[in-house]
Design a protein around this ligand. Structure first.
Ligand SMILES: Nc1nc2c(ncn2[C@@H]2O[C@H](COP(=O)(O)OP(=O)(O)OP(=O)(O)O)[C@@H](O)[C@H]2O)c(=O)[nH]1
Length: 241
C-alpha cells in the first residue's frame, strides 16, 4: 500500500540518487494485505501508520548508518500478490523487483495461511529470476500481535526458513519496532560489508618467502666444495707452522 500519511517523515531524508554513497536496494514481496507497507514505513520512520491506500509499487528511500558507514537505502514496496487460477498476480512487478534488488524480504501474515503458502512460489520465482546470484533473503512473519487470529505457527515459519536457507523473524509492524529493524538491518549489514581485498604480504611473510630454498645450481655446489677444500688446506697449513 502507498503511504498516505506522514509523507513528510520520509521526505525528510534525501533521495540517494544524487549522492555518491553506496546504495542498498531491498525488495519487499508477499501476499496482499500482509503488512508490507506497514513494515517498510516502520523500518524507515520507526512509526506504525495503519491507514494506507492499496500499493501499486512504491519506492522509498533514506540514508542510514550501517556499521559506521553512511549508506543509502532504497526499499521497493512491491504490490501484494494473490493466486489467480494456476498462477500469481503481479508477476511482472514481482520479477522486476527481484531483478532490481540486492536483497529480498519475503513477507507473510501469521493470520493468513494463504499468504504463508505463497512464500514457496515467490522464492522459486526469485531463484528462477536470479539463478546463482546468491541474493540475501529474509523471511518475515508479520502481525504477530494478532494471536487470536493466528493461522500459522512460529514452527511452520521456522521450518520454511530452514528449507529456504534464510533467517526468519516473527514480527509485528504495529507493536514492535526492534524486530522489524533487526530483520532489515541484517540484510543491510550483509550487503554493506566491504568486498574483502587480499591483504598485502606482511614483512614477516616476505621474509618467510625469502627462506624458501631455491634449486641449487651444480656449479655453485661445486664452487662451494672447492672453496671449503681450499680453506681447510690453508687452516692445516697455518696450524702446522
Ligand atoms: N494488527 C496488525 N495490523 C497490521 C500489522 N501490519 C499491518 N497491519 C494492518 O494490515 C493492513 C494491511 O497492511 P499494509 O501494510 O497495507 O499491507 P500490504 O501488504 O502493503 O498490502 P497490499 O498493498 O495490499 O499489498 C493495514 O490495515 C495495516 O494497518 C501488524 O503488525 N499488526
Amino acid at each position: 500500500m502507498r503511504l498516505i500519511q506522514n509523507m513528510s517523515t520520509i521526505a525528510e531524508y534525501p533521495t540517494p540518487e544524487s549522492s555518491s554513497k553506496r546504495i542498498i536496494k531491498i525488495a519487499v514481496i508477499g501476499g496482499s494485505g500482509v503488512g508490507k507497507t506497514a513494515l517498510v514505513v516502520r523500518f524507515l520512520t520507526r512509526r506504525f501508520i495503519g491507514d494506507y491506500e492499496r500499493n501499486a509499487g512504491t519506492l522509498y528511500s533514506r540514508e542510514v548508518q550501517v556499521d559506521g558507514e553512511q549508506v543509502a537505502i532504497q526499499v521497493q514496496d512491491t504490490p501484494g500478490v494473490h493466486v489467480v487460477g494456476n498462477s500469481l498476480s503481479c508477476q511482472d512487478q514481482v520479477t522486476h523487483s527481484i531483478q532490481w534488488a540486492d536483497a529480498v524480504v519475503l513477507v507473510y501474515s501469521v493470520t493468513d495461511c494463504r499468504s504463508f503458502e505463497l512464500i514457496g512460489q515467490l522464492h522459486q520465482q526469485l531463484r528462477a529470476s536470479r539463478p546463482g546470484a546468491g541474493v540475501p533473503v529474509a523471511l518475515l512473519a508479520n502481525k504477530a500481535d494478532l494471536q487470536h487470529l493466528r493461522q500459522v505457527d512460529p514452527q511452520q515459519g521456522l521450518g520454511l526458513a530452514a528449507r529456504l536457507g534464510c533467517p526468519f523473524y516473527e514480527v509485528s509492524a504495529s507493536e514492535n519496532y526492534s524486530q522489524v529493524h533487526a530483520a532489515f538491518r541484517l540484510l543491510c549489514t550483509r550487503l554493506a560489508l566491504p568486498v574483502p581485498v587480499p591483504a598485502p604480504a606482511t614483512s614477516a611473510e616476505k621474509r618467510k618467502s625469502c627462506l624458501i630454498p631455491r634449486p641449487k645450481s651444480p656449479n655453485m655446489q661445486d664452487l662451494k666444495r672447492r672453496f671449503k677444500q681450499a680453506l681447510s688446506a690453508k687452516v692445516r697449513t697455518a696450524t702446522s707452522v
